[in-house]
Design a protein around this ligand. Structure first.
Ligand code: HEC
Length: 211
């Protein structure tokens, strides 16, 4: 069980950086030293790829490899800043709790011990439990490790106002569409959302656009 990736398949940011460097950019590293051949064709790979593995470069100026620098970048990015709380967003937040959204979108987690003071024991308001849930028809149909095609890691909700479109395949243009697509373990919460009055729905959306 990892913290990172749609399927909670990566335990550390370093392994995520190594995996993405290989699988998204074709750069082999000390963690992932074996190149993916095009459609498994090793002969073609030999013709196209003349750089010896691992390709990740050591940078004498920093004493780090590319995947270590990518890791630092991700680790030290600050969270998107929330908007100030207003009466409307306060009410919306209460509705969020009342209808069970926080069952998976846990408002706050605390970081573990870190030698970097800015990361040590910090309260992080991310709105995710970082765990897998069976989302029924909302799943991506892709099994990975022990995670099934229906299981997805709870998406953090911080910065929602600047991250549309929503859901793993971008199918939801609005947060309302994203909520309506919740299924499986989230069915109960989705049904409670559907029973809200138009005013309550609007307060909930104002809250979601503020976090
Ligand atoms: C059973 C767990 C669960 C519950 C309950 C739940 N969610 Fe989610 N939510 C998820 C998962 C998992 C995803 C990621 C799904 C995906 O990307 O396909 C998600 C994604 C979202 C997204 C899209 C985020 C993005 O960046 O794409 C929004 C918005 C959202 N949820 C809001 C809500 C609201 C509001 C409620 C309450 C009505 C709620 N959720 C209840 C698990 C849950």
């Amino acid at each position: 069980m990892g913290r990172f990736g749609w399927k909670a398949q990566q335990a550390t940011l370093l392994s995520f950086a190594g995996d993405a460097s290989l699988n998204e950019m074709g750069i082999t590293s000390r963690l992932f030293p074996t190149e993916n051949a095009p459609n498994g064709n090793l002969e073609l790979l030999k013709k196209l790829d003349r750089v010896a593995d691992p390709e990740d470069q050591f940078d004498p100026a920093t004493g780090k490899y590319g995947i270590d620098k990518l890791t630092d970048f991700m680790r030290l990015l600050s969270p998107p800043p929330p908007l100030p709380v207003t009466a409307s967003t306060g009410f919306g937040g209460k509705i969020f709790l009342d209808i069970g959204c926080a069952h998976c979108h846990t408002p706050m987690l605390t970081t573990g011990p870190s030698s970097i003071p800015a990361l040590n024991g910090q309260r992080v308001i991310l709105f995710s439990d970082l765990l897998l849930h069976d989302m029924g028809s909302l799943g991506d149909g892709i099994g990975q490790g022990t995670a099934t095609g229906q299981e997805m890691k709870t998406a953090p909700l911080w910065g929602l106002r600047s991250s549309r479109p929503y859901l793993h395949d971008g199918r939801a243009a609005t947060v309302e569409d994203a909520i309506q697509a919740h299924d499986g373990e989230a069915t109960n919460s989705r049904e409670r959302y559907r029973r809200l009055s138009p005013d309550q729905k609007s307060l909930l959306v104002q809250f979601l656009m503020s976090i």
